[in-house]
Unconditional design. Structure first.
Lengths: 507, 372
């Protein structure tokens, strides 16, 4: 641990040095028109969509086509510039645009321009006026596809940062909702927002995330999933340590319970952290259902994880090594269905699991309509044919299908993937060593899970370290009046006692 | 890099060590469900077993195999020579002893069975009336799987407390305990039917006597608790109606029996025991027109049933004393109650026939006349 910290510190210092070196020098803006255009074109490598528009002899407007809102440009900027005194200050005052700036630095206004600003240059002035009238080409809000729910809001994030933030602000109208902006990626200059609620979120976690993001030195970020992998505690682990969600309601629920959120421009998935293992199996919808029903569904989901991970390995182990444990009524049907299968159980199971994985992958990559056909082809044709051809036994088909079905009940797609993949090594161990192998797999997995952390918070909380008070609401969904607002791992040390124990509903 | 080395070593070990494990793939072995031992001349033992084999034609078949050899391992080698798949005993459910073998000694067989780690300790043991071979090898019209049939036969009777439970675990425990003897059910083939036909009682590991299956009820009552037993009794005819003759039997049937027994040593020197059984039950059948709703009738019935049971229990204890077979475990109670008794197995078997037991059965009829 100590070594790691030291190394990290050294790395950090190095990075800071690099940053200082790389920081571009402040370049002045030429007061001459032609010189100005020349430098700007040179900077942008004279792109075809760079447009220069003369307003008068001394004044030009430059912008990048398609990034600016043409209506605003025509109706406001171009008309108002006709009537105004030709100094940056006067234009700044006169323009009826929400965001107008005076900039005296070349690189800064070029950055703004690339995000959709019109830049007004006046001869004889070393400053330009930047009018931000960007037009976003973005997809409209639609229902989230991967995390659908029956009861509750049906809106999902889209790829636009400001739309997403406005969605969140609509849910949480609170001055304490903090929004810190970062720009990441040397090539892409992707903007992202760090969101948390001051007073609820633990300062420590906010600082950790802030530090990790600003320490990143990367070329590009195209999606929040990449960012999540870069800033989580153990990037090599198979388990995700941060939640990726496309639901604003789930995101806001997280913020309100004291988590830290990150929204990345260009990605429809927002990051929530710290997230504990158990929370990946809790769905937002649980809050919307009546508590006994939600509890039942939640318990069903936990049961599904176990069937999904262990059913096939148990089949393999029992049939290969431990025929003693098979109940007598099952003995005859099992051995009869296995009679014509030429492979040992492990090969049989691996084969069938691979077929299911192939089906899933094919179904996910194809458009929805074709995907359904694949399901039918796979499920019915391959299933029955495999049994009739004597490659697999009937009972294994049921078990494997059940396992696959169970893995899809996990409310989080990333975690569902893990559950499916983690089966393969366990099947192998079961085929090698029987139940001992399964036990070894369970032990290794538990050790790994116990060692994991999310932003330094224990991943297996509230089970280890034991926080008994949080057990009931982690395993079942308690009636809403019993729920503590702040969830596992999000206890805010700074907020006073009364707030810490605050219930969601006060009666 | 530090971590890669142990992981690599572990992976290599996994691959190599995996080859050492003995695979027992379900359909590639023959599964024994019922095993019988009979004594032959010259101390040889005949082993008869049912073997379930699965053939690729989707059907499983039952075979019986029989062989005579001196040790059970010897027979298993010989039986393996006759079957196409290796015989495994892990699914064994019932172990039968021929009567002759039981009367000789089951010590050796118990020992080898216990030593076989494959065999579960919850299998049932039973004595066959006659030889096990004739039960196992016989053709039955309505029984397709003799192994499962015998197991279910014993299992459900044990569940309903009609028969003494005789799992390998319990039998071995009683056998190794110096002051307690074994009792196990006797199984008999009658034409096309297999039935439980009484209770074999043992002195050490030798079968010395038989009790009828009706007597098993009282044996369970003394050895154990009843949770939901049922029994049919014939009381003297004049129990309720004095005009009737005593020899005219009055049939009574009771169920939902809950009983609890306590054994107290009153006199260590004789030795003398007080056995008290608290017995609650429900009356379901009474061949009489008396109104059982009246308390005095119930009282009379309770008394008569109690008397009947006391006499039956005394008779059974006396029989076991004659055969010197302490199936109730009075010796354990004696050993537990008397300090520094220096009791040995031989000493107890000398004391047991002279033991005195005062039996008291307190009957309480909770309900009568339940209409279903």
């Amino acid at each position: 641990m100590f070594k790691n910290n030291k190394q990290k510190k050294e790395d950090k210092e190095k990075k800071e040095q690099q940053k200082n070196e790389e920081k571009p020098k402040k370049e002045p803006i030429s007061p001459d028109k032609n010189q100005f255009l020349l430098t700007v074109k040179e900077k942008l490598h004279s792109p075809s969509d760079f447009i220069v528009r003369s307003v008068s002899d001394n004044m030009i407007v430059v912008y990048v086509d398609n990034l600016v809102d043409n209506k605003n440009l025509n109706e406001i900027i171009l008309t108002q510039l006709q009537e105004v005194e030709e100094t940056p200050e006067a234009i700044h005052q006169k323009l009826t645009i929400p965001e107008v700036d005076i900039v005296d630095e070349l690189n800064k206004f070029i950055g703004d321009m690339l995000q959709g600003a019109a830049v007004v240059h006046i001869v004889g002035h070393e400053k330009v006026v930047v009018a931000k009238i960007s037009a976003y080409q973005s997809r409209g809000l639609s229902a989230p596809e991967n995390e659908s729910q029956v009861i509750g809001s049906q809106v999902g994030f889209n790829e636009n940062l400001s739309t997403n933030i406005s969605l969140i602000r609509r849910y949480i109208t609170n001055p304490n909702l903090c929004n810190e902006k970062f720009v990441l990626g040397k090539q892409t200059k992707t903007s992202l927002s760090l969101l948390y609620i001051h007073g609820i979120a633990t300062e420590e976690y906010v600082n950790t995330v802030r530090q990790r993001i600003s320490d990143l030195d990367i070329q590009d970020i195209l999606d929040s999933a990449v960012l999540a992998e870069l800033i989580d505690d153990n990037s090599k682990s198979i388990f995700p340590q941060m939640l990726l969600t496309e639901r604003p309601d789930r995101f806001c629920d997280g913020l309100l319970s004291g988590k830290v959120g990150i929204v990345v421009n260009g990605s429809s998935m927002a990051i929530l952290c710290p997230y504990a293992f158990i929370e990946f199996f809790q769905s937002r919808e649980d809050q919307n259902l009546r508590w006994p029903i939600a509890s039942f569904v939640r318990l069903l989901r936990f049961f599904a994880i176990f069937t999904s991970i262990f059913l096939t390995p148990i089949y393999v182990a029992s049939l290969t090594y431990h025929y003693e444990v098979i109940p007598q009524p099952l003995l005859v049907p099992l051995s009869e269905s296995r009679a014509i299968v030429p492979f040992p159980p492990i090969i049989e199971a691996l084969l069938l699991e691979l077929i299911i994985e192939l089906l899933r992958e094919a179904g996910a990559k194809l458009p929805t309509k074709v995907g359904q056909t694949i399901g039918i082809v796979g499920g019915i044709v391959i299933g029955t044919a495999a049994v009739q051809a004597g490659i697999t036994s009937n009972i294994l088909i049921i078990i494997v299908a059940l396992g696959a079905l169970s893995s899809f009940t996990t409310p989080n797609y990333m975690m569902g993937n893990v559950i499916r993949i983690v089966r393969f090594p366990i099947i192998l161990l079961a085929g090698f060593w029987g139940y001992y192998g399964i036990m070894i797999a369970i032990c290794l997995m538990l050790i790994h899970l116990l060692r994991l952390s999310s932003l330094g918070a224990p991943y297996m909380a509230p089970f280890y370290p034991p926080r008994f008070k949080q057990w009931p609401n982690s395993i079942i969904r308690l009636p809403i009046t019993f729920i503590k607002r702040q969830t596992v791992n999000s206890r805010n040390e700074d907020s006073n006692e009364s707030q810490q124990g605050e219930k969601k509903v006060a009666k | 890099m530090k971590k890669t080395k142990p992981i690599l070593i572990l992976l290599i070990c996994t691959l190599f060590v995996a080859g050492c494990t003995e695979q027992k793939i379900l359909e590639r072995i023959s599964i024994t469900t019922l095993l019988g031992y009979d004594l032959e001349e010259e101390d040889k033992v005949t082993t008869t077993l049912t073997v379930r084999q699965v053939s690729p034609d989707d059907k499983s078949s039952l075979e019986t195999q029989s062989n005579t050899e001196e040790t059970s391992n010897g027979t298993s080698i010989k039986v393996n020579l006759q079957t196409s798949k290796k015989i495994m005993a892990g699914q064994l459910r019932v172990l039968l002893f021929g009567k002759k073998l039981a009367q000789d000694s089951i010590e050796q067989t118990l020992h080898t069975t216990m030593m076989n780690s494959e065999i579960s300790s919850s299998i049932y043991l039973a004595v066959a009336d006659g030889t096990t071979k004739e039960i196992i090898e016989a053709q039955y019209e309505n029984i397709t799987d003799i192994g499962q049939h015998v197991f279910n036969l014993i299992d459900h009777n044990v569940e309903e407390q009609h028969s003494v439970s005789s799992t390998l675990h319990e039998v071995v425990r009683n056998n190794y305990s110096p002051f307690r003897d074994i009792a196990m059910p006797i199984i008999k083939k009658e034409g096309q039917i297999i039935k439980i036909n009484g209770l074999a009682i043992f002195n050490k590991s030798k079968m010395v006597g038989e009790l009828s299956s009706e007597d098993a009820f009282y044996v369970i009552m003394l050895r154990d608790k009843f949770k939901a037993g049922s029994v049919e009794l014939s009381l003297p005819g004049n129990t309720l109606n004095h005009d009737r003759d005593q020899d005219d039997k009055l049939e009574v049937s009771i169920d939902s029996i809950k009983s609890k027994r306590s054994i107290n040593l009153t006199n260590p020197s004789t030795p003398e025991f007080d056995v008290t059984v608290d017995f609650g039950c429900r009356l379901i059948e009474l061949h009489s027109n008396e109104n059982t709703g009246r308390p005095e009738v119930t009282k009379k019935l309770e008394k008569a049933i109690g008397d009947k049971m006391e006499s039956e229990i005394s008779r059974i204890i006396k029989y076991t004393q004659e055969k010197n077979s302490d199936i109730f475990g009075f010796g354990d109670d004696y050993y537990a109650s008397v300090r520094n008794s220096g009791l040995t197995e031989a000493k107890w078997h000398q004391m047991y026939p002279n033991m005195k037991v005062n039996v008291k059965v307190n009957i309480e009829i909770f309900r009568n006349g339940v209409f279903e």
